[in-house]
Design a protein around this ligand. Structure first.
Ligand code: SAM
Length: 507
Protein backbone atom coordinates (compact mmCIF):
# COMPACT_ATOMS: atom_id res chain seq x y z
CA UNK A 1 0.00 0.00 0.00
CA UNK A 2 1.29 3.47 -0.86
CA UNK A 3 2.75 5.50 2.02
CA UNK A 4 0.63 8.48 3.10
CA UNK A 5 2.96 11.46 2.81
CA UNK A 6 2.45 14.55 5.01
CA UNK A 7 0.85 17.31 2.90
CA UNK A 8 3.52 19.89 3.72
CA UNK A 9 6.27 17.40 2.83
CA UNK A 10 4.69 16.78 -0.59
CA UNK A 11 4.44 20.52 -1.18
CA UNK A 12 8.11 21.01 -0.33
CA UNK A 13 9.11 18.19 -2.64
CA UNK A 14 6.99 19.62 -5.50
CA UNK A 15 8.87 22.90 -5.09
CA UNK A 16 12.20 21.13 -5.06
CA UNK A 17 11.61 18.71 -7.92
CA UNK A 18 9.25 20.55 -10.25
CA UNK A 19 8.39 18.31 -13.21
CA UNK A 20 10.19 15.37 -11.66
CA UNK A 21 7.82 15.30 -8.71
CA UNK A 22 5.34 12.89 -10.29
CA UNK A 23 7.98 10.22 -10.92
CA UNK A 24 9.27 10.74 -7.37
CA UNK A 25 5.78 10.39 -5.82
CA UNK A 26 5.12 7.18 -7.74
CA UNK A 27 7.99 5.44 -5.95
CA UNK A 28 5.95 5.54 -2.72
CA UNK A 29 3.67 2.88 -4.21
CA UNK A 30 6.62 0.57 -4.89
CA UNK A 31 8.26 -2.01 -2.66
CA UNK A 32 11.61 -0.75 -1.29
CA UNK A 33 14.75 -2.45 -2.60
CA UNK A 34 16.72 -4.64 -0.22
CA UNK A 35 20.36 -5.60 -0.21
CA UNK A 36 23.27 -7.35 1.41
CA UNK A 37 26.90 -6.28 1.52
CA UNK A 38 29.58 -8.95 1.44
CA UNK A 39 31.85 -8.91 4.49
CA UNK A 40 35.23 -9.18 2.83
CA UNK A 41 36.87 -9.57 6.24
CA UNK A 42 35.53 -13.12 6.09
CA UNK A 43 34.91 -14.02 2.46
CA UNK A 44 35.80 -12.66 -1.01
CA UNK A 45 32.88 -11.36 -3.08
CA UNK A 46 33.08 -14.06 -5.75
CA UNK A 47 33.23 -16.84 -3.16
CA UNK A 48 30.05 -15.59 -1.50
CA UNK A 49 28.28 -15.22 -4.84
CA UNK A 50 29.01 -18.89 -5.52
CA UNK A 51 27.49 -20.14 -2.26
CA UNK A 52 24.66 -17.63 -1.73
CA UNK A 53 21.39 -19.63 -1.51
CA UNK A 54 19.44 -17.10 -3.63
CA UNK A 55 20.27 -14.94 -6.66
CA UNK A 56 21.82 -11.54 -5.99
CA UNK A 57 22.36 -8.62 -8.38
CA UNK A 58 25.17 -6.05 -8.17
CA UNK A 59 24.47 -2.60 -6.74
CA UNK A 60 26.16 -0.13 -9.14
CA UNK A 61 27.77 2.14 -6.51
CA UNK A 62 29.16 -0.54 -4.19
CA UNK A 63 31.48 -3.29 -5.42
CA UNK A 64 30.58 -5.51 -2.45
CA UNK A 65 26.84 -4.69 -2.43
CA UNK A 66 24.05 -6.78 -3.97
CA UNK A 67 20.28 -6.51 -4.33
CA UNK A 68 18.39 -9.39 -2.77
CA UNK A 69 15.26 -10.79 -4.43
CA UNK A 70 11.80 -10.22 -2.99
CA UNK A 71 10.95 -12.89 -0.45
CA UNK A 72 14.57 -13.78 0.33
CA UNK A 73 15.26 -13.94 4.06
CA UNK A 74 19.02 -13.33 4.32
CA UNK A 75 18.81 -12.96 8.12
CA UNK A 76 17.57 -16.55 8.37
CA UNK A 77 20.60 -18.31 7.00
CA UNK A 78 23.65 -19.72 8.84
CA UNK A 79 25.88 -17.55 6.60
CA UNK A 80 24.37 -14.45 8.19
CA UNK A 81 25.38 -15.82 11.61
CA UNK A 82 28.84 -16.52 10.27
CA UNK A 83 29.09 -12.80 9.44
CA UNK A 84 29.50 -13.38 5.71
CA UNK A 85 27.24 -10.44 4.83
CA UNK A 86 25.48 -7.50 6.39
CA UNK A 87 21.87 -6.70 5.49
CA UNK A 88 21.88 -3.06 4.37
CA UNK A 89 19.65 -0.68 2.46
CA UNK A 90 21.36 -0.23 -0.96
CA UNK A 91 21.72 3.59 -0.92
CA UNK A 92 23.20 3.40 2.59
CA UNK A 93 26.21 1.60 1.07
CA UNK A 94 27.26 4.70 -0.91
CA UNK A 95 28.82 7.03 1.73
CA UNK A 96 31.61 4.62 2.76
CA UNK A 97 32.41 3.92 -0.90
CA UNK A 98 33.12 7.65 -1.24
CA UNK A 99 35.17 7.87 1.97
CA UNK A 100 38.12 6.20 0.20
CA UNK A 101 39.25 4.10 3.19
CA UNK A 102 42.58 2.32 2.75
CA UNK A 103 44.07 -0.42 4.94
CA UNK A 104 46.13 1.30 7.64
CA UNK A 105 43.96 4.44 7.91
CA UNK A 106 42.68 5.82 11.18
CA UNK A 107 38.94 6.16 10.65
CA UNK A 108 36.28 7.71 12.87
CA UNK A 109 32.62 6.82 12.37
CA UNK A 110 31.01 9.46 14.52
CA UNK A 111 27.30 8.52 14.39
CA UNK A 112 27.74 4.81 13.92
CA UNK A 113 24.93 2.73 15.45
CA UNK A 114 23.74 0.15 14.56
CA UNK A 115 26.94 -0.25 12.55
CA UNK A 116 26.06 -0.74 8.88
CA UNK A 117 28.70 1.71 7.74
CA UNK A 118 31.17 0.79 10.48
CA UNK A 119 31.18 -2.83 9.36
CA UNK A 120 31.74 -1.62 5.79
CA UNK A 121 34.69 0.52 6.96
CA UNK A 122 36.09 -2.41 8.96
CA UNK A 123 36.04 -4.54 5.81
CA UNK A 124 37.89 -1.84 3.86
CA UNK A 125 40.56 -1.59 6.57
CA UNK A 126 41.21 -5.35 6.33
CA UNK A 127 42.37 -5.42 9.96
CA UNK A 128 45.00 -2.68 9.49
CA UNK A 129 44.88 0.80 10.99
CA UNK A 130 41.94 1.48 13.29
CA UNK A 131 38.26 2.22 13.39
CA UNK A 132 36.76 4.29 16.19
CA UNK A 133 32.99 3.79 16.09
CA UNK A 134 30.94 6.13 18.18
CA UNK A 135 27.32 6.78 18.96
CA UNK A 136 25.86 9.30 21.40
CA UNK A 137 23.05 6.98 22.53
CA UNK A 138 24.29 4.25 24.82
CA UNK A 139 21.42 1.82 24.13
CA UNK A 140 22.32 1.92 20.44
CA UNK A 141 25.99 1.15 21.04
CA UNK A 142 25.06 -2.44 22.04
CA UNK A 143 23.91 -3.29 18.52
CA UNK A 144 26.91 -1.42 17.15
CA UNK A 145 29.36 -3.49 19.20
CA UNK A 146 27.56 -6.72 18.35
CA UNK A 147 27.58 -6.02 14.60
CA UNK A 148 31.30 -5.22 14.68
CA UNK A 149 31.90 -8.47 16.57
CA UNK A 150 29.74 -10.45 14.15
CA UNK A 151 31.73 -9.15 11.19
CA UNK A 152 35.02 -10.12 12.84
CA UNK A 153 36.56 -6.65 13.26
CA UNK A 154 39.87 -6.87 15.13
CA UNK A 155 40.82 -3.22 15.16
CA UNK A 156 37.62 -1.44 16.23
CA UNK A 157 37.02 0.64 19.35
CA UNK A 158 33.42 1.46 20.31
CA UNK A 159 32.77 4.71 22.15
CA UNK A 160 29.63 6.28 23.59
CA UNK A 161 30.63 9.91 23.53
CA UNK A 162 29.68 13.33 22.29
CA UNK A 163 31.52 14.45 19.14
CA UNK A 164 32.95 17.39 21.14
CA UNK A 165 34.67 15.10 23.63
CA UNK A 166 36.07 12.96 20.83
CA UNK A 167 37.47 16.07 19.13
CA UNK A 168 39.04 17.12 22.45
CA UNK A 169 40.64 13.71 22.91
CA UNK A 170 41.81 13.25 19.31
CA UNK A 171 42.61 16.64 17.76
CA UNK A 172 43.76 16.31 14.13
CA UNK A 173 44.07 12.54 14.54
CA UNK A 174 41.91 10.80 11.94
CA UNK A 175 42.65 10.29 8.25
CA UNK A 176 38.99 9.84 7.45
CA UNK A 177 35.79 10.71 9.28
CA UNK A 178 32.26 9.66 8.44
CA UNK A 179 29.32 11.66 9.73
CA UNK A 180 26.22 9.65 8.91
CA UNK A 181 24.19 12.32 10.57
CA UNK A 182 21.02 12.03 12.61
CA UNK A 183 18.44 13.60 10.28
CA UNK A 184 14.73 14.04 9.58
CA UNK A 185 14.79 10.75 7.62
CA UNK A 186 12.62 11.90 4.71
CA UNK A 187 14.50 9.55 2.40
CA UNK A 188 13.33 6.58 4.46
CA UNK A 189 9.57 7.34 4.41
CA UNK A 190 8.92 4.48 1.96
CA UNK A 191 10.81 2.00 4.13
CA UNK A 192 9.94 3.13 7.63
CA UNK A 193 6.52 4.61 8.40
CA UNK A 194 7.70 5.62 11.87
CA UNK A 195 9.83 8.26 10.18
CA UNK A 196 6.67 9.67 8.56
CA UNK A 197 4.86 9.77 11.91
CA UNK A 198 7.78 11.54 13.61
CA UNK A 199 8.08 14.18 10.90
CA UNK A 200 6.57 17.66 10.92
CA UNK A 201 7.58 20.91 9.26
CA UNK A 202 9.91 21.83 12.12
CA UNK A 203 11.86 18.54 12.00
CA UNK A 204 14.51 19.52 9.38
CA UNK A 205 15.44 22.70 11.28
CA UNK A 206 15.77 20.74 14.54
CA UNK A 207 18.22 18.30 12.95
CA UNK A 208 20.11 21.04 11.09
CA UNK A 209 21.17 22.46 14.48
CA UNK A 210 22.50 19.07 15.64
CA UNK A 211 24.29 18.47 12.36
CA UNK A 212 26.04 21.84 12.59
CA UNK A 213 27.55 20.91 15.97
CA UNK A 214 28.61 17.45 14.81
CA UNK A 215 30.33 18.90 11.73
CA UNK A 216 32.24 21.46 13.81
CA UNK A 217 33.57 18.76 16.14
CA UNK A 218 34.47 16.39 13.30
CA UNK A 219 36.51 19.12 11.59
CA UNK A 220 38.69 19.36 14.71
CA UNK A 221 39.33 15.61 14.85
CA UNK A 222 40.38 15.39 11.18
CA UNK A 223 44.05 15.31 10.22
CA UNK A 224 45.22 18.05 7.81
CA UNK A 225 44.83 16.55 4.35
CA UNK A 226 42.12 14.18 5.60
CA UNK A 227 38.72 13.37 4.12
CA UNK A 228 35.35 13.90 5.75
CA UNK A 229 32.16 12.40 4.35
CA UNK A 230 28.85 13.83 5.49
CA UNK A 231 25.72 11.87 4.65
CA UNK A 232 22.02 11.98 5.46
CA UNK A 233 18.98 9.99 4.42
CA UNK A 234 16.85 13.07 3.96
CA UNK A 235 15.88 15.41 1.13
CA UNK A 236 15.59 18.77 2.91
CA UNK A 237 18.27 21.17 1.55
CA UNK A 238 18.69 22.82 4.95
CA UNK A 239 20.09 19.53 6.32
CA UNK A 240 22.16 18.91 3.21
CA UNK A 241 23.54 21.54 0.84
CA UNK A 242 22.50 24.29 3.30
CA UNK A 243 24.42 22.82 6.23
CA UNK A 244 27.49 22.11 4.12
CA UNK A 245 27.49 25.61 2.59
CA UNK A 246 27.42 27.12 6.07
CA UNK A 247 30.20 24.77 7.23
CA UNK A 248 32.41 25.67 4.26
CA UNK A 249 31.94 29.38 4.92
CA UNK A 250 33.36 28.90 8.42
CA UNK A 251 36.06 26.39 7.38
CA UNK A 252 37.92 27.74 4.33
CA UNK A 253 40.51 24.96 4.61
CA UNK A 254 37.82 22.49 3.40
CA UNK A 255 36.62 22.02 -0.16
CA UNK A 256 34.08 19.75 -1.83
CA UNK A 257 35.43 16.77 -3.75
CA UNK A 258 33.21 16.52 -6.86
CA UNK A 259 31.09 13.37 -6.84
CA UNK A 260 27.65 14.71 -7.83
CA UNK A 261 26.69 14.04 -11.42
CA UNK A 262 28.89 10.96 -11.70
CA UNK A 263 27.57 7.42 -12.18
CA UNK A 264 24.42 6.87 -10.13
CA UNK A 265 24.94 10.07 -8.14
CA UNK A 266 22.73 13.00 -9.18
CA UNK A 267 24.15 16.47 -8.52
CA UNK A 268 23.29 18.28 -5.30
CA UNK A 269 21.20 21.46 -5.44
CA UNK A 270 22.85 24.85 -5.99
CA UNK A 271 25.20 26.12 -4.74
CA UNK A 272 26.73 22.65 -4.30
CA UNK A 273 26.16 20.60 -7.47
CA UNK A 274 29.36 18.67 -6.69
CA UNK A 275 27.68 17.00 -3.72
CA UNK A 276 25.66 13.88 -4.50
CA UNK A 277 22.03 12.89 -4.26
CA UNK A 278 20.51 9.46 -4.61
CA UNK A 279 16.88 9.79 -5.68
CA UNK A 280 14.43 6.90 -5.37
CA UNK A 281 12.96 7.67 -8.82
CA UNK A 282 16.42 7.52 -10.42
CA UNK A 283 18.16 4.63 -8.68
CA UNK A 284 17.09 1.39 -7.02
CA UNK A 285 17.47 2.65 -3.46
CA UNK A 286 16.15 5.13 -0.92
CA UNK A 287 16.91 8.87 -0.76
CA UNK A 288 20.39 9.93 0.34
CA UNK A 289 22.65 12.98 0.30
CA UNK A 290 26.45 12.76 0.38
CA UNK A 291 29.11 15.48 0.57
CA UNK A 292 32.77 14.51 0.32
CA UNK A 293 34.96 17.20 1.90
CA UNK A 294 38.73 17.39 1.80
CA UNK A 295 40.85 19.28 4.27
CA UNK A 296 43.59 21.05 2.32
CA UNK A 297 46.81 20.72 4.30
CA UNK A 298 48.97 23.82 4.25
CA UNK A 299 52.77 23.64 4.04
CA UNK A 300 54.29 22.44 7.30
CA UNK A 301 51.18 20.65 8.56
CA UNK A 302 51.82 17.05 9.51
CA UNK A 303 49.91 14.79 7.16
CA UNK A 304 51.96 11.68 7.73
CA UNK A 305 50.01 8.73 9.08
CA UNK A 306 51.41 6.68 11.94
CA UNK A 307 50.97 2.96 11.74
CA UNK A 308 48.24 1.78 14.09
CA UNK A 309 49.61 -0.35 16.88
CA UNK A 310 52.93 1.51 16.77
CA UNK A 311 53.90 2.57 20.32
CA UNK A 312 54.93 5.95 18.88
CA UNK A 313 51.27 6.81 18.27
CA UNK A 314 50.36 10.19 19.66
CA UNK A 315 48.42 9.66 22.86
CA UNK A 316 45.54 11.92 23.85
CA UNK A 317 46.27 13.88 27.05
CA UNK A 318 44.77 12.58 30.29
CA UNK A 319 41.76 14.50 31.52
CA UNK A 320 39.52 14.39 34.54
CA UNK A 321 36.68 11.96 33.88
CA UNK A 322 34.05 14.22 35.45
CA UNK A 323 32.39 11.21 37.08
CA UNK A 324 31.91 9.37 33.79
CA UNK A 325 32.70 5.75 33.22
CA UNK A 326 36.34 5.80 32.26
CA UNK A 327 38.33 3.52 30.04
CA UNK A 328 38.78 -0.01 31.37
CA UNK A 329 41.12 -0.35 34.28
CA UNK A 330 42.07 -3.35 36.31
CA UNK A 331 39.50 -2.38 38.94
CA UNK A 332 36.58 -1.23 36.77
CA UNK A 333 33.93 -3.02 34.78
CA UNK A 334 31.77 -0.80 32.53
CA UNK A 335 28.04 -1.17 33.02
CA UNK A 336 27.41 -1.58 29.31
CA UNK A 337 29.97 -4.28 28.70
CA UNK A 338 28.64 -7.57 27.39
CA UNK A 339 30.46 -10.61 28.68
CA UNK A 340 32.13 -13.24 26.54
CA UNK A 341 28.98 -15.33 26.31
CA UNK A 342 27.00 -12.37 25.00
CA UNK A 343 25.03 -11.95 28.26
CA UNK A 344 25.30 -9.11 30.74
CA UNK A 345 27.74 -9.48 33.60
CA UNK A 346 26.16 -8.94 36.97
CA UNK A 347 28.90 -9.63 39.44
CA UNK A 348 32.21 -7.95 40.01
CA UNK A 349 34.80 -9.20 37.53
CA UNK A 350 32.00 -10.52 35.32
CA UNK A 351 31.42 -13.37 37.74
CA UNK A 352 27.58 -13.33 37.63
CA UNK A 353 27.41 -12.89 41.38
CA UNK A 354 29.81 -15.71 42.25
CA UNK A 355 32.72 -14.65 44.34
CA UNK A 356 35.96 -14.90 42.40
CA UNK A 357 39.33 -14.37 43.95
CA UNK A 358 41.04 -11.37 42.36
CA UNK A 359 43.62 -12.38 39.79
CA UNK A 360 46.68 -10.21 39.35
CA UNK A 361 47.48 -8.63 36.01
CA UNK A 362 50.53 -10.88 35.75
CA UNK A 363 48.40 -14.00 36.34
CA UNK A 364 45.87 -12.92 33.72
CA UNK A 365 48.55 -12.29 31.14
CA UNK A 366 50.21 -15.61 31.96
CA UNK A 367 46.91 -17.50 31.56
CA UNK A 368 46.32 -15.66 28.27
CA UNK A 369 49.82 -16.45 27.00
CA UNK A 370 49.28 -20.12 27.83
CA UNK A 371 45.91 -20.07 26.03
CA UNK A 372 47.25 -18.42 22.88
CA UNK A 373 50.21 -20.80 22.77
CA UNK A 374 48.04 -23.90 23.14
CA UNK A 375 44.91 -22.82 21.21
CA UNK A 376 46.12 -20.39 18.54
CA UNK A 377 49.84 -20.95 18.14
CA UNK A 378 50.31 -17.22 17.45
CA UNK A 379 49.82 -13.90 19.25
CA UNK A 380 47.04 -11.40 18.35
CA UNK A 381 48.42 -7.90 17.81
CA UNK A 382 47.55 -4.79 19.78
CA UNK A 383 47.85 -3.03 23.12
CA UNK A 384 46.52 -5.27 25.91
CA UNK A 385 43.82 -3.53 27.95
CA UNK A 386 42.29 -5.09 31.05
CA UNK A 387 38.75 -4.55 32.31
CA UNK A 388 38.74 -6.40 35.62
CA UNK A 389 39.73 -9.89 34.52
CA UNK A 390 38.63 -9.30 30.92
CA UNK A 391 41.29 -8.76 28.30
CA UNK A 392 41.08 -6.79 25.05
CA UNK A 393 43.66 -6.16 22.34
CA UNK A 394 43.34 -2.53 21.29
CA UNK A 395 44.70 -0.58 18.33
CA UNK A 396 45.38 2.25 20.84
CA UNK A 397 47.21 2.30 24.14
CA UNK A 398 44.94 2.55 27.18
CA UNK A 399 45.98 6.13 27.93
CA UNK A 400 44.58 7.29 24.60
CA UNK A 401 41.07 6.34 25.77
CA UNK A 402 41.40 7.68 29.27
CA UNK A 403 38.26 9.48 30.42
CA UNK A 404 36.20 8.47 27.38
CA UNK A 405 33.06 6.35 27.76
CA UNK A 406 34.36 3.18 26.20
CA UNK A 407 32.01 0.37 25.26
CA UNK A 408 34.73 -1.78 23.67
CA UNK A 409 38.39 -0.77 23.84
CA UNK A 410 39.27 -3.25 21.11
CA UNK A 411 39.10 -6.92 20.17
CA UNK A 412 37.80 -8.98 23.12
CA UNK A 413 40.12 -11.88 23.89
CA UNK A 414 38.36 -13.34 26.93
CA UNK A 415 38.57 -13.51 30.69
CA UNK A 416 40.30 -15.42 33.41
CA UNK A 417 38.05 -17.45 35.70
CA UNK A 418 39.42 -19.64 38.46
CA UNK A 419 42.88 -19.29 36.98
CA UNK A 420 41.85 -20.46 33.51
CA UNK A 421 41.53 -18.38 30.37
CA UNK A 422 38.02 -18.48 28.85
CA UNK A 423 38.15 -17.26 25.23
CA UNK A 424 35.66 -14.57 24.24
CA UNK A 425 33.09 -14.99 21.49
CA UNK A 426 34.47 -12.02 19.44
CA UNK A 427 37.87 -13.73 19.40
CA UNK A 428 36.26 -16.68 17.62
CA UNK A 429 34.21 -14.68 15.10
CA UNK A 430 37.32 -12.88 13.85
CA UNK A 431 39.43 -16.02 13.35
CA UNK A 432 40.03 -17.91 10.13
CA UNK A 433 39.88 -21.71 10.65
CA UNK A 434 43.65 -22.10 10.28
CA UNK A 435 44.20 -19.59 13.10
CA UNK A 436 42.90 -22.05 15.70
CA UNK A 437 44.78 -25.27 16.43
CA UNK A 438 41.44 -27.11 16.81
CA UNK A 439 38.48 -26.50 14.53
CA UNK A 440 35.48 -28.25 13.09
CA UNK A 441 33.41 -27.35 10.03
CA UNK A 442 29.64 -27.85 9.85
CA UNK A 443 27.80 -27.80 6.51
CA UNK A 444 25.90 -24.55 5.90
CA UNK A 445 22.95 -26.43 4.45
CA UNK A 446 22.89 -29.15 7.11
CA UNK A 447 21.00 -29.57 10.39
CA UNK A 448 24.15 -29.41 12.52
CA UNK A 449 24.82 -25.75 11.69
CA UNK A 450 21.38 -24.66 12.86
CA UNK A 451 21.64 -26.92 15.96
CA UNK A 452 24.91 -25.25 16.89
CA UNK A 453 23.43 -21.78 16.33
CA UNK A 454 20.49 -22.73 18.57
CA UNK A 455 22.92 -23.55 21.38
CA UNK A 456 22.51 -27.33 21.22
CA UNK A 457 25.13 -29.97 22.04
CA UNK A 458 26.41 -31.98 19.05
CA UNK A 459 27.92 -35.44 18.69
CA UNK A 460 31.15 -35.10 16.72
CA UNK A 461 33.61 -38.01 16.40
CA UNK A 462 37.25 -37.06 16.92
CA UNK A 463 38.12 -37.77 13.27
CA UNK A 464 35.97 -34.80 12.24
CA UNK A 465 38.12 -32.40 14.26
CA UNK A 466 40.89 -30.61 12.44
CA UNK A 467 43.93 -30.58 14.66
CA UNK A 468 47.25 -28.83 14.22
CA UNK A 469 50.26 -31.12 14.65
CA UNK A 470 50.60 -31.97 18.33
CA UNK A 471 47.17 -30.58 19.35
CA UNK A 472 45.08 -32.89 21.55
CA UNK A 473 41.40 -33.19 20.56
CA UNK A 474 40.12 -32.29 24.02
CA UNK A 475 39.56 -28.57 24.63
CA UNK A 476 38.24 -25.48 22.85
CA UNK A 477 37.32 -25.98 19.21
CA UNK A 478 36.67 -23.19 16.73
CA UNK A 479 33.30 -23.99 15.15
CA UNK A 480 32.99 -23.00 11.49
CA UNK A 481 30.10 -23.14 9.05
CA UNK A 482 31.46 -24.08 5.61
CA UNK A 483 34.91 -22.88 6.76
CA UNK A 484 33.73 -19.56 8.26
CA UNK A 485 34.03 -19.18 12.03
CA UNK A 486 30.91 -18.75 14.16
CA UNK A 487 31.96 -19.45 17.76
CA UNK A 488 33.55 -21.77 20.30
CA UNK A 489 32.66 -25.22 21.56
CA UNK A 490 34.42 -27.61 23.90
CA UNK A 491 35.08 -31.14 22.70
CA UNK A 492 35.34 -34.14 24.99
CA UNK A 493 34.85 -37.81 24.13
CA UNK A 494 32.71 -37.27 21.04
CA UNK A 495 30.57 -34.49 22.53
CA UNK A 496 30.82 -30.90 21.31
CA UNK A 497 29.64 -28.74 24.20
CA UNK A 498 28.15 -25.55 22.85
CA UNK A 499 29.71 -22.19 23.82
CA UNK A 500 27.61 -20.03 21.46
CA UNK A 501 26.39 -17.03 23.51
CA UNK A 502 22.72 -17.07 24.57
CA UNK A 503 22.13 -13.55 23.22
CA UNK A 504 23.34 -14.54 19.74
CA UNK A 505 21.32 -17.70 19.25
CA UNK A 506 19.13 -18.62 16.30
CA UNK A 507 15.50 -18.26 17.38
C1 SAM B 1 21.55 7.70 10.63
S1 SAM B 1 21.89 6.96 12.16
C2 SAM B 1 23.42 6.16 11.86
C3 SAM B 1 23.33 4.87 11.09
C4 SAM B 1 24.67 4.18 11.01
N1 SAM B 1 25.70 5.04 10.47
C5 SAM B 1 24.63 2.90 10.20
O1 SAM B 1 25.06 2.90 9.06
O2 SAM B 1 24.20 1.88 10.73
C6 SAM B 1 22.40 8.31 13.12
C7 SAM B 1 22.97 7.95 14.48
O3 SAM B 1 23.43 9.13 15.10
C8 SAM B 1 23.30 8.99 16.49
N2 SAM B 1 23.39 10.35 17.04
C9 SAM B 1 22.42 11.26 17.26
N3 SAM B 1 22.94 12.40 17.71
C10 SAM B 1 24.28 12.22 17.77
C11 SAM B 1 25.37 13.03 18.16
N4 SAM B 1 25.20 14.29 18.56
N5 SAM B 1 26.61 12.51 18.11
C12 SAM B 1 26.83 11.23 17.69
N6 SAM B 1 25.82 10.42 17.32
C13 SAM B 1 24.57 10.91 17.35
C14 SAM B 1 21.99 8.29 16.66
O4 SAM B 1 21.92 7.61 17.91
C15 SAM B 1 21.97 7.33 15.47
O5 SAM B 1 22.42 6.06 15.86
Amino acid sequence: MAVQLPHSFSERMKNLLGREYEAFAETYGEIPHTGVRVNTLKIPVEALRRIMPFGIEPIPWCSTGFYTPEGARPGKHPYYHAGLYYIQEPSAMAPVELLGVLPGDRVLDLCAAPGGKSTQIAAKLQGRGMLVSNDLHSERTKALAKNLELCGARNAIVLNESPERIAEAFPGFFDRILIDAPCSGEGMFRKDEDMVRQWDESTPAKYAGMQREILQAAARALKPGGTLVYSTCTFSPEENEGGITEFLAGHPQFSVVPVGGTGSFAPGFQPLPDTARLWPHKVKGEGHFIAVLRHEATAGEDTAGTRAGDPSLPVAPRRETGGRTAVPRKDKTPESRVDNRGGRSSGRNGSRGRSVAFTSEGDIMAAYAEFTREQLGWQPEGFPILFGEHLYMSPLPREALDGLKTVRPGWYMGQVRNGRFIPGHPLATALAPHESRRSVSLAGDGAEAVSYLKGETLSIPSDRLRLAPGAAPKGYVLVCIDEYSVGWAKWQEGILKNEYPAGWRWT
